[in-house]
Design a protein. Structure first.
Length: 115
């Protein structure tokens, strides 16, 4: 039963995305394929969602400090307290999407995409 539901859900999602493409635009721009073991759609929102968008765009290909990340999110129109962004970064580190290390010069954390 569960496999049939998953198959049906995947088919519906594929058809909705196909319709959106045929319509000439994105009807649901906030949806992205979830990374990991589940092939479901999830809504990208909140600070962690903004960070995931930056990861997808390759922003973390070079090491970035928290202050740089906050500024980039503000430029994207996403204004969050630094504690919220910091927790989102830590969650991405725990999920093994990002890794972090201390800079030897100023001893601040830097975040980079895990390769």
């Amino acid at each position: 039963m569960e496999k049939n539901l998953k198959k049906l859900t995947d088919e519906i999602i594929a058809r909705v995305l196909e319709l959106a493409e045929l319509a000439g635009g994105e009807i649901i721009p906030e949806l992205k394929w979830a990374q990991g073991t589940k092939d479901v759609l999830r809504v990208i929102r909140g600070a962690t969602g903004g960070l995931r968008v930056l990861v997808d765009e390759g922003y973390f290909d070079n090491p970035r400090q928290l202050s740089e990340i906050i500024e980039k999110l503000k430029q994207e129109g996403r204004h969050y307290p630094s504690a919220t962004i910091s927790m989102g970064l830590l969650n991405l580190v725990k999920e093994r999407v990002l890794m972090r290390f201390r800079d030897k010069g100023d001893k601040k954390w830097k975040y980079v995409t895990r390769k």
